[in-house]
Design a protein. Structure first.
Length: 293
């Protein structure tokens, strides 16, 4: 059996069929493109209105940017879906929703962590627990917040290293905002000898701390005798200073120096650790003569 196959004729028929189909569907394609252009115009108008309204309301710039992205994605998603139904009349909303349902499950499983970070970022921006330039601590992460996006947060550590942290990590772990208030309380331990007067020592320490310029004068300096140490009476010394890490280190340095100088000037002993050894019997001691013999 012989087959008369003409490749040129087959290709010609296919091209004619594709051209006929394109011409027949041209009105739908033009209408779909026109609707996409209309979607773009709607997006531009809505974004302008939102930007003006959010600026007047005083929303944080990071939250404004996140909500703006969500609005743009939502408008384009709806516009593209409607344009697809216009271009393909056989694509009904029921079929489209069914396909989106299956696709959403697959996408959700594949990008679970990404969606978790996006949702956490949106919640962080809406709740506003921290601001730009705040110093924070979260598990092993510590530093200054430089930028908050809808997916991650940029944190500059005190050693200068920039760390990019997923928002889901910050949202699901305990988060300490060190500069939420302008001042923080600092505590150090100080010991004096057992032979010293406790009340006099407490007063010398308090006056020394109050004289430091980085100590907040609007809040009290507290000095408590905390307990009996191995070789000293231990005091707990607390005061308030600026909340930035560098301010805390500077204030602690000045307070320690001031307390040491004040105790030395008052003749109050800051004892070294001491131990008393007790033996159950006499300890043999080899003198010089014993070694020579």
């Amino acid at each position: 059996m012989e087959f008369d196959i003409n490749p040129i004729a087959i290709l010609k028929d296919q091209l004619q069929g594709a051209l006929t189909s394109t011409i027949e569907s041209a009105p739908q394609l033009i209408a779909a493109l026109a609707f996409l252009f209309l979607t773009w115009l709607i997006k531009v108008i809505v974004v302008k209105v939102f930007t003006k309204a959010s600026t007047r309301s005083g929303l944080r710039p990071s939250l404004q940017e996140a909500l703006r992205k969500i609005i743009v994605i939502g408008i384009w998603s709806i516009g593209i879906l409607i344009a697809a139904m216009i271009a393909m009349p056989g694509l009904t909303p029921t079929k489209l929703l069914a396909g989106l349902g299956v696709g959403s499950i697959a996408i959700g499983l594949a990008f679970k962590d990404t969606f978790e970070n996006l949702l956490a970022g949106l919640l962080l921006l809406m709740r506003e627990p921290m601001r730009i330039d705040d110093y924070i601590e979260c598990e092993e992460v510590e530093g200054q917040v430089k930028h908050i996006s809808i997916r991650d947060t940029y944190i500059r550590r005190t050693d200068g290293v920039l760390t990019i942290v997923p928002n889901g990590y910050l949202y699901s772990n305990p988060l300490r905002i060190l500069t939420e208030q302008s001042s923080r309380r600092i505590t150090i331990q100080c010991g004096v000898g057992y032979s010293e007067n406790v009340d006099d020592s407490r007063e010398v320490i308090r006056k020394a701390v109050e004289s430091v310029k980085t100590v907040n004068k609007d809040k009290p300096v507290q000095v408590f005798a905390q307990g009996f140490g191995a070789s000293s009476i231990d005091f707990e010394v607390t005061w308030w200073t600026q909340s930035r890490p560098v301010d805390i280190r500077e204030s602690r340095d000045q307070v320690v120096a001031a307390v040491k100088n004040a105790l030395d000037k008052a003749g109050i002993e800051i004892p070294f650790p001491q131990r008393t050894l007790t033996f159950s019997g006499p300890i043999p001691f080899a003198g010089k003569d014993d070694k020579e013999s």
